[in-house]
Ligand binder design. Structure first.
Ligand code: FDA
Length: 308
């Protein structure tokens, strides 16, 4: 019920107007969002990298149909890559995470347009010496996103892609990409999907995640283990050990503001640990989804409200 209310609030402009003006909102935004501008996000990333972590930038905003806006999003990523290069912040510690729907993937001729735009972004990232990974959106986009990742890897072999353990097709996709030596970020999956394409029980998704991890660690690619789940983190560390991966042969990834202590613990233990940094003016919907995900996050909001 509470979760549904927060998810409703994440889409309602009037509620947005109220929440944005609440004094505690600022501290919550800083916890989960790396700022409204490129400059702020780059500052947060540089701070994390100075502490031995890695960063991936996610410019908030998705589902762009207007071709002019899709081109603006592309140019935003190019400018971010340029800013990183100009600031001397380059190398594999820095990565751009791209949602293809923000590059127009879902419009009429969207597949071709998103591929063109992603190619421009990858070229800029390559020149700047930073990595790119394609986020995965709902199941109607999976084929297109995997095809675009495949096409991009011909020119930019380090391009990574997200796979969602919840989808029934994912073990087969993992096997393909593990054989192809790709960088794969494995997540549980954030979208509500029909049972025809996705597992519905959390325990089944967890089992599928483990099955996919096994596939990825057996293969020749670079697994990116994106979860806050302590059991899955422990299983990934064990599999890495068993397959002689070494701590450079894979990495963990978590969201900004979620299990920060664990992020620092893993980095201090010598593991690659990348923090996903959402940023941009469209932070409101993202923040409400984070609050809806976990009662403890909501308590954080209520405590901040009480203290205000
Ligand atoms: P889940 O939410 O099931 O939590 C499992 C356990 O983790 C909990 O029981 C608890 O022990 C611990 N935990 C979780 N949150 C915690 C918190 N706030 N504090 C303390 N403990 C906590 N999805 C997608 O569909 N497409 C994508 O492209 C991406 N990209 C992406 C990148 C990165 C870097 C991450 C980390 C995640 C994504 N996701 C995603 C989101 C992903 O699909 C998923 O919705 C979230 O990561 C939540 O799932 P968890 O695996 O963390 O476990």
């Amino acid at each position: 019920m509470l979760r549904r209310t927060l998810l409703f609030a994440s889409r309602d402009e009037r509620v947005r107007g109220v929440v944005e003006t609440l004094p505690p909102t600022r501290s919550l935004v800083t916890r989960f969002v790396a700022g409204e501008t490129d400059e702020q996000a780059v500052h947060v990333a540089a701070g994390l990298v100075a502490q031995g972590l890695r960063a991936t930038f996610n410019s908030l905003g998705e589902y762009v149909e207007d071709p002019a806006r899709a081109a603006t999003t592309r140019d935003g990523f190019v400018a971010l890559a340029q800013r990183l290069a100009d600031s001397g912040l380059t190398g594999p510690a820095y990565e751009l995470s791209i949602k293809l729907s923000a590059l127009g993937q879902l419009a009429g001729d969207g597949h071709a347009r998103a591929l063109d735009h992603a190619q421009v972004v990858c070229a800029a990232a390559d020149k700047a010496g930073v990595l790119v990974t394609l986020d995965m959106e709902d199941h109607t986009t999976t084929d297109s996103t995997l095809a675009i990742a495949d096409a991009l890897r011909r020119d930019f072999p380090s391009v990574g892609v997200v796979l969602q353990a919840a989808l029934r097709r994912t073990p087969a996709d993992c096997a393909d990409l593990a054989r192809a030596g790709a960088r794969v970020r494995l997540v549980k999956g954030a979208y509500r999907e029909p049972s025809s394409v996705a597992l519905q029980r959390r325990s089944d998704v967890d089992l599928a995640y483990v099955r996919c991890l096994r596939e990825l660690f057996r293969g020749t690619g670079y697994p990116m283990v994106a979860t806050h789940d302590p059991r899955l983190v422990a299983i990934a560390a064990h599999l890495a050990d068993r397959h002689g991966r070494g701590q450079d042969g894979f990495e963990f990834q978590m969201l900004l503001g979620v299990r920060g202590d664990e992020q620092r613990r893993l980095a201090a233990a010598g593991y690659g640990m990348r923090v996903y940094l959402p940023f941009g003016p469209q932070w409101y919907g993202y923040l409400m989804r984070r609050l809806a995900e976990r009662p403890a996050n909501l308590l954080f909001l209520l405590r901040a409200l009480a203290a205000a």
